[in-house]
Design a protein. Sequence first.
Length: 422
Amino acid sequence: MESLEHFRDGLVRMFAKAKEGLAIVNSNLTLLAANDRFVEMLFSREATPLAGERSLLKALLEDQVSALRAGMEKASALEAPIELELAHVLEDGKRLDLALWVACLGKATEENDGPLFALIVRDVTKIERLKRRLEDSERYFREIVDNASDSVLVLDEDGRVYDVNRATESLTGYKEAELVEPAFSWFELFSKKDLYEFRDGLTKVLSLDVPVRTEVELIRKDQTRTYVIASLALLSTLETWKKERAVCVLTDISDIKRLEEELKYYSFHDTLTGLYNRPYFEKELERLSKGRLVPIGLIVADIDNLKETNDRFGHKLGDKAIQLAANILMNAFRKDDIVSRVGGDEYAAILPGADEEVLKNIIGRVMATVERAKAEHDWFFGLSFGISVALGVPFDKEGLIRQANAALYQEQRRKRSGAQNR
């Protein structure tokens, strides 16, 4: 009997000194027993009241009372503890975040109207504060990522996408819901060549933890294409992940690529006519002079009396004459022929595989167009031509040019002589 009393006293001391708030209430929410910690968290730091002197109705707000009653009913019906969360404000204005467990004990005595309930309360204010800070931090960095101009996404080795920002939607044309769909593969957005490049980089990141940066072409949802720089890095693995994941940042460089193409174009093209320029003409003639393809035909042409056009009609129409001659030549030659503007009023065309007969036939066609243009425009006086053919390789490109120019000068002299005789 003495040992039983000793055990009961131990339980009472444990009840009183527990770090959690412990209490027993009836169905009317009247306290029948409570330790100091419970009263401190629900009421204030004053001394523990005697049983039955305080009701939880005085400590809780109306909606909290409703939530507690609903929890008590559920605990009674399920015969299992129920957990609730309370954002509680004490009498002194201090706010606490509390976790509350409710368990039904059943009727203790005949005097109790309804079942009794055990309440266990834990102060989780610090934990909730840390959770809110973590949520705020996550929201802060999420806003940074979402407002980034570059596309950011998370994916695994199979191309499964787990998260994207808004820029990824804009870049790809896909909505976030489409991209994170398990059946969707990020690899669908690449051509075969670029897919190999991207997957190789992704494998290095996931297996070696080595950051990778690669340039690839991305295929949008509408099948248009854009160039991007893909920067890949390994993410720290979370316990819930079944596979390692990488973060991929995509920088749209389509404007830069477009500028590169324009610079490349203008480095080899004449800005006024759109024909190839002299450096490109010389480079191609050099290449062909050392190749295996023969014969190589060369046609040179000059605009007749361009100085007279400029003097009589002005330089604007002089430029128009240059452009008109370029259009006539551009439309007369084959796709693989290299037609260039090599001087102010000078043109040259390289014709791989063309012999002298082919060159003369082409000039014949061009002259018919030139005559029609002369009839339509009184400021255009025509074109003069010279030709030469390299029959073997390697050939002297300078000699080939001199031979064509000699024929051109002879044609120009003939025209001037004819004009003087008239």
